[in-house]
Design a protein around this ligand. Structure first.
Ligand SMILES: Cc1cc2nc3c(=O)[nH]c(=O)nc-3n(C[C@H](O)[C@H](O)[C@H](O)COP(=O)(O)OP(=O)(O)OC[C@H]3O[C@@H](n4cnc5c(N)ncnc54)[C@H](O)[C@@H]3O)c2cc1C
Length: 455
């Protein structure tokens, strides 16, 4: 096998975790090489809206203690709490670091399960939030001398006397190897790996549509397992997170702008303002596991103006001038038209009366935004299934982001960050903590991987 080179730190993956780690490791004086399996950098991060949950910032000054309490609650009190504490402790310095790197959040947003608007939002003026973060981090990494090899897929870790000393990779039709002072796995999640989902997911989990980057194959997990790494919260972590159009695979979240979710029988089946994970689990239990989001012109315009509307787009809408025509169109697609129109009328009456008897929906999302009736033409429907933007669960890590083996001991020379890791979210999830985790834990991992190269 051809020796392709050496670096102090070899990082597998160029999403938020890998690039943030690269910047940190380079600043610590390490020679850094990033391997990226796809032709383009950025992974799921590039596709994301990049809401980032942070505390003690200029936009959200509330304390880390308050934030941590919210985090743990959103994790259903079932997670590796030292990792949650690490996140809260490092949030403010990560915000400052991002500001220095040219990533400027402009406002905050309050999702369900947040007592305060912790989620920080970028402007989305020129590109989606995730693309902006990748662009800024990649430019900074390259400026600091980080080498990035795209279309180069790491396949195995190399070990010598129990220490990870490099990786084997596939580059075109060549198998190459890189030696390294330390290796950092930042290869994202496993939402596109049917075998891992079959082995670890709950019944029905294989129906979840991945909306993630093509590289989300769980390669990091498999390479880690290959050298004895432990796994954390795999089954609890396999959950749908956002409705998606089954044909395009694109996410659809007009429910947060006021749309209602209606099943094949023409009935609502959830409180649409709840966390989208809950909506999606409820959707998987509906006839044929699918549903429609139904909305009007005003909701469509409001959605398009949000960051979600900017990145979760490109789905196929039915758009018609009257509700009666909408009934005809959805009837053709096997949905109960009469019952759906009755549901819309009932919902509109409930919004006007200020009381939703069926699901007690009071707001657009969580506790924010006033409800609207569906009454301004044109009217729209989008066919959806439960999709996912990420899974919880992954390699076991400690607060240095060292990968732990199945016995709980660090594997010398091996670090991980981002969606490849498990434990921080445990059994739950607060919106904005996936890009947040990639950035925050990426920094910690980058620093420690750089230090470990000398060990
Ligand atoms: C549409 C969408 C919207 C989202 N919105 C949000 C949001 O607003 N807020 C939030 O917190 N989270 C959000 N998420 C989730 C979040 O984007 C991801 O969890 C996070 O960006 C993961 O970062 P990462 O660096 O760990 O992985 P990725 O960004 O996926 O990066 C991993 C990289 O590793 C590469 N790779 C994989 N295997 C190999 C290999 N063997 N060799 C080399 N390279 C490899 C991949 O190609 C990829 O480029 C969203 C996700 C999606 C898809």
């Amino acid at each position: 096998m051809q020796e392709a080179g050496h670096a102090d730190v070899v990082i597998v993956g160029s999403g938020a975790a890998g690039l943030m780690a690269a910047v940190e490791a380079a600043d610590a004086g390490a020679r850094v090489l990033v391997l990226e399996s796809e032709p383009k950098t950025g992974g799921s991060t590039r596709l994301s809206g990049a809401y980032v949950a942070l505390c003690e910032t200029a936009l959200q000054p509330a304390s880390r203690e308050e934030f941590l309490a919210d985090l743990i609650e959103s994790h259903h009190f079932d997670c590796r709490e030292p990792l949650s504490k690490l996140y809260a402790d490092e949030a403010a310095s990560t915000w400052r670091r991002l500001e220095d790197l040219g990533v400027h959040f402009i406002r905050t947003f309050q999702f369900a399960h947040m007592s305060k608007p912790w989620a920080h939002e970028l402007s989305g003026e020129h590109m989606g939030g995730g693309a902006e973060i990748v662009t800024a981090l990649e430019a900074s990494a390259r400026k600091k001398g980080v080498e990035i090899a795209t279309s180069t897929r790491a396949t195995r870790l190399i070990t010598e006397r129990g220490r990870v000393t490099g990786v084997v990779a596939q580059s075109g039709n060549r198998q190459v190897q890189y030696s390294a002072g330390s290796v950092l796995l930042a290869s994202g999640g496993f939402t596109r790996n049917a075998d891992l989902i079959r082995n670890f997911g709950r019944p029905g989990a294989d129906a979840i549509l991945p909306m993630t980057g093509e590289g989300s194959r769980g390669d990091g997990l498999i390479m880690g397992m290959g050298v004895g790494a432990g796994l954390d919260y795999m089954t609890a972590g396999i959950a749908p997170t956002a409705p998606a159009d089954p044909e395009t695979g694109n996410g659809v979240m007009v429910i947060y702008a006021g749309a209602i979710a209606v099943n094949r029988d023409g009935r609502r089946f959830c409180r649409e303002s709840d966390l989208y994970i809950d909506t999606c689990w409820a959707a998987l239990a509906q006839p044929q596991s699918d549903f429609l989001q139904i909305y009007d012109r005003r909701m469509r315009e409001n959605y398009a103006a949000t960051m979600m509307g900017k990145v979760l787009t490109g789905f196929r809408e039915i758009g018609v001038g009257t509700l009666a025509e909408l009934g005809t169109e959805i009837g053709r697609r096997g949905f109960n038209a009469e019952a759906t129109l009755a549901t819309v009328a009932k919902y509109n009456a409930a919004v006007k009366a200020g009381h939703d008897d069926e699901f007690s929906r009071t707001n657009l999302v969580g506790a924010s935004g006033d409800l609207l009736p569906i009454e301004e033409p044109p009217f729209y429907a989008v066919h959806c299934r439960a999709g996912t933007t990420h899974f919880n669960g992954g390699l076991t890590v400690d607060t240095d982001m060292a990968v732990l083996d199945v016995f709980g001991d660090p594997i010398p020379g091996l670090f991980a960050a981002g969606e490849t890791t498990g434990g921080f979210h445990g059994a739950g999830y607060m919106s904005g903590t996936f890009v947040g985790m990639a950035l925050i834990f990426g920094r910690v991992a980058g620093r420690n991987a750089a230090a470990a190269r000398r060990a």
